[in-house]
Design a protein around this ligand. Sequence first.
Ligand code: ZN
Length: 258
Amino acid sequence: MGYVKFLGTAGAQFVVARQLRYSAGTWMELAGTQLLLDPGPGTLLRCRKVRPPLDPARLQGILLSHKHLDHSTDVNIMLEAMAGGGTKRRGVLLAPADALEGDDPVVLGYVRRFPEHIEALAEGKAYRIGKVEIHPVAHRHGVETYGLILESAEGRLGFVVDTRFFPELSQRYQGCHLLVLNVVRREWSPGVDHLSLPEAVELIKAVRPKLAVLTHFGMTMLRARPRELATGLSEKLGIEVLAASDGLTLQADRWTPP
Ligand SMILES: [Zn+2]
């Protein structure tokens, strides 16, 4: 059975800088295809330290939502590791164009020979890695950023990565069985390029997934105890809401329709 594993759940700079939560990415196996989303600082280390350890040489693809450090720091080493330590060409990288080109790309030139294929994300296009079809959703977050919808025999998964709230978000993620939301702030914070909890709740109510998972926490969320917030929301909304913790693994039967 497929699964999603949260190697890290840290959001804002302070939580990342002090490693109050790990800042590693999210690993998943869907219909037998292993993918890694947003390899932030410490991702390779966390892959090898979790039980059972995860083998980067079995990854088929790395998905980079945007180039901010807390999402991209380990992208180069993970590309090399996916290619068996750089011994062969292997795997796929999907990333925004501004992570690959322009003034400040985060993928090193010499590392680009390791994956078999590198492609820039664009809204409206669909991508396939193994048994998973990938649909990017353009977000609003300062740098070029894409949320991701992953479709496979194990349902429709929406990863609402960093973004400012905008009303069309809920339409874009319609039909997701699992909805993972990066919720940095506890209180509504106009003018900030991140979702706050009240905005995440609006999205969950509009999409009505089988399971919603909050992650990528900043200090105000951590202080408010994410697990208790999630329990309260589950009762209020009648939708199962979980707060991710470092290492949390969710099996696909938690969200797949019967
Ligand atoms: Zn960001």
